[in-house]
Design a protein. Structure first.
Length: 230
């Protein structure tokens, strides 16, 4: 039976995407070579299997796919952990919506992007705090490190873009230091890391190790919130 080229490509992309989702959900990592093989096998004839290899070698596509996978896993996990009844069609909708939200291109050519981990994984639906405390380091050494926070994984991705725009000549690498619930607890964890990593650079602390201009919390507010979270 003849299968139109568009349908052939779609079959391959579905195989490619399914393999990526399964790997990400079960191991937390993606073997792109294996995903490419799955995509190639899904594209029958006509040399369309080369598309999978091109996807693997395209960093922008890989970044978007990984974000989409994280969103899809999170959407599916949230649906399955929520109140029933659960239906196959409902699971598909939740997964698709999560994948569409997660697939946001981030970062610039001079930025190494730390993709946030999914908030849930299939088979392990324990909740992970949504807020992120992150560390920004300039690999060129021209800009001091920075500690910041983002109230969600999506906001964390956008913050990385903003840092890259503010410092176009820097080569930033981002690392997630901790997670906490947005609000007072996220402020407390951020303040802990600001103090731990040398403090802000300002008139009161001219030799600070960070490019932060201020503390996230005053001494009094930090103490009232519990101080060191550990």
């Amino acid at each position: 039976m003849f299968v139109p080229g568009g349908q052939v490509a779609g079959m391959g992309l579905m195989s490619f995407g399914a393999d990526v989702v399964i790997q990400k959900a079960t191991t937390g990592e993606v073997n792109w070579g294996q995903a490419a093989i799955s995509g190639g096998l899904g594209m029958i004839g006509g040399g369309v299997g080369l598309m999978a290899g091109k996807l693997v070698n395209n960093p922008v596509v890989r970044m978007a796919v990984e974000n989409g996978v994280d969103g899809a896993i999170s959407g599916a996990g949230g649906y399955l952990s929520g109140p029933g009844p659960h239906t196959p069609s409902g699971l598909v909708r939740a997964t698709a919506m999560g994948g569409g939200t997660g697939a946001v291109p981030i970062g610039g050519p001079a930025t190494k992007v730390d993709l946030p981990a999914p908030t849930t994984k299939l088979g392990n639906l324990s909740a992970v705090p949504e807020g992120v405390v992150y560390h920004r380091v300039d690999e060129l050494g021209d800009v001091k490190p920075y500690v910041g926070q983002a109230k969600s994984d999506l906001r964390y991705s956008l913050r990385q873009q903003e840092h890259a725009r503010d410092f176009p000549d820097a080569a930033f690498e981002f690392t997630v230091l901790d997670r906490a619930a947005p609000g007072l607890e996220l402020d407390r964890v951020e303040e802990y890391w600001i103090r731990k990593l040398g403090g802000p650079t300002n008139k009161g602390n001219p030799d600070g190790s960070l490019s932060n201009k201020r503390h996230q919390m005053s001494d009094t507010r930090y103490a009232e919130a519990g101080g060191n979270p550990w």
